[in-house]
Design a binder for this molecule. Structure first.
Ligand code: NAD
Ligand code: TDX
Length: 324
């Protein structure tokens, strides 16, 4: 395997993946450059194609010229999916279908990147965790379309023998994450002299993982994973409420937070059991201290205002319309 086609490579996780994988592979990125895509996140020396994964002739041509596809492209923000789900259905379902038909036609290896949100949520206060066999029970239009895309991949493996793997990962943080998302929104609010904004009570629990740990796991699955298998990815962190995470950010940066309107249908708790990937592939997270990972991420946003400052105002205007 020498050549990789990375869909959604100009997005947060994709761009960090390209930075890691381009040290070992010849990488081509295909990305539509939606509001969430940014060419400036990509390193020099890779091939970039601006295009939509729903366009079959383009995807056929790119898939025919690669050894494997790593599929990150998606509409990824729950709050946006509550405002207008249509792009989520199009990109996450029709886009994944289009890719699957192309890899089926060309016999190409595919890794499909998915989320813990396909499993729904867990009750606050419990210690149970999602495993690879937890039944799917998605809550939002975003997670429903990701769940549907996972089912398509599984069906193409079983029905057509497509050489695919799937990973379901917990909440990522790190450099190049769009300022609409929780952690960069709070960091950049404080950098702009604004308070951090906590939805509702802030009692919800997310299972945070550094983006480089996620991407090292994706590479391990691509290189050594068993075809047809699904792997959960999570960093085995202690359970942390959103309020605790905001308090840590405020403590590091010297800022304040306020409570704002809650997200409708807000998932309460995500906790991942990543035993399978640890046991089968020997993968381990390297960022095990969230505070240290947040300090690194805060320093990145403070040093790279050019990367996020232009888009910040529009994002905050949209949140303000919803009382958030
Ligand atoms: P992102 O929104 O930052 O990036 C998505 C990228 O996909 C953007 O560059 C965008 O331009 C591109 N894109 C969107 N529609 C496209 C289309 N039709 N054709 C081509 N490109 C298109 O998302 P992210 O946070 O980097 O997430 C990447 C993947 O990882 C997604 O599949 C997401 O479901 C999954 N995931 C994310 C997290 C997380 O915490 N962010 C956790 C688990 C899984
Ligand atoms: O301003 C905010 N205040 C707040 O309290 C924002 C933007 C979010 N929140 C809360 C909502 C969630 O409980 O923080 C938590 C994290 O929110 P998001 O960053 O929007 O992430 P989440 O909805 O958990 O989904 C993320 O993880 C799984 C990614 O966006 C998905 O793409 C991934 O699949």
């Amino acid at each position: 395997m020498e050549r990789l086609l990375v869909t959604g490579g100009a997005g947060f996780i994709g761009a960090n993946f390209v930075r890691m994988a381009s040290q070992r592979y010849r990488v081509t990125v295909v990305d539509k450059l939606t509001y969430a895509g940014n060419r400036a996140s990509l390193p020099e020396g890779i091939d970039f194609v601006e295009g939509d994964i729903c366009e079959r002739p383009l995807i056929d041509e790119l898939v025919s010229a690669t050894d494997a596809v790593v599929h990150f492209a998606a509409e990824s923000h729950n709050d946006n999916s509550l405002r207008d789900p249509s792009a989520f259905v199009q990109t996450n379902l029709v886009g994944t279908f289009t890719l699957l038909e192309a890899v089926r036609a060309h016999g190409t290896r595919l890794h499909h990147v998915s989320t813990d949100e396909v499993f729904g949520d867990l009750a606050l206060g419990g210690t149970d965790a999602f495993t690879e066999t937890t039944p799917y029970n998605p809550s939002s239009p975003y997670s429903a379309t990701k769940a549907g895309s996972d089912h398509l991949v599984r069906a193409w493996v079983r029905s057509f023998g497509v050489a695919a793997t799937i990973s379901n990962c917990s909440n990522n943080y790190g450099p190049y994450q769009h300022v609409e998302k929780f952690i960069p929104r709070q960091i950049t609010n404080i950098l702009c002299g604004q308070p951090a904004k906590l939805y509702g009570t802030g009692a919800q629990v997310r299972d945070w993982i550094h983006v480089d740990d996620h991407n090292a796991a994706v590479l391990a699955i691509l290189e050594r994973g068993r075809l047809g298998e699904t792997y959960n990815i999570g960093a085995d962190q202690p359970q942390r409420t959103n309020k605790q995470v905001v308090e840590t950010i405020c403590d590091i940066m010297g800022g304040d937070y306020i409570h704002v309107a809650d997200r409708p249908g807000h998932d309460q708790r995500y906790t991942m059991d990543a035993t399978k990937i640890r046991r089968e592939l020997g993968w381990r997270p390297r960022y095990t201290d969230l505070r240290a990972g947040l300090e690194q991420t805060i320093a990145w946003y403070a040093d790279n205002r050019w990367w996020w400052e232009a888009g910040k105002g529009d994002v905050e205007k949209q949140y303000a319309q919803r009382g958030q």
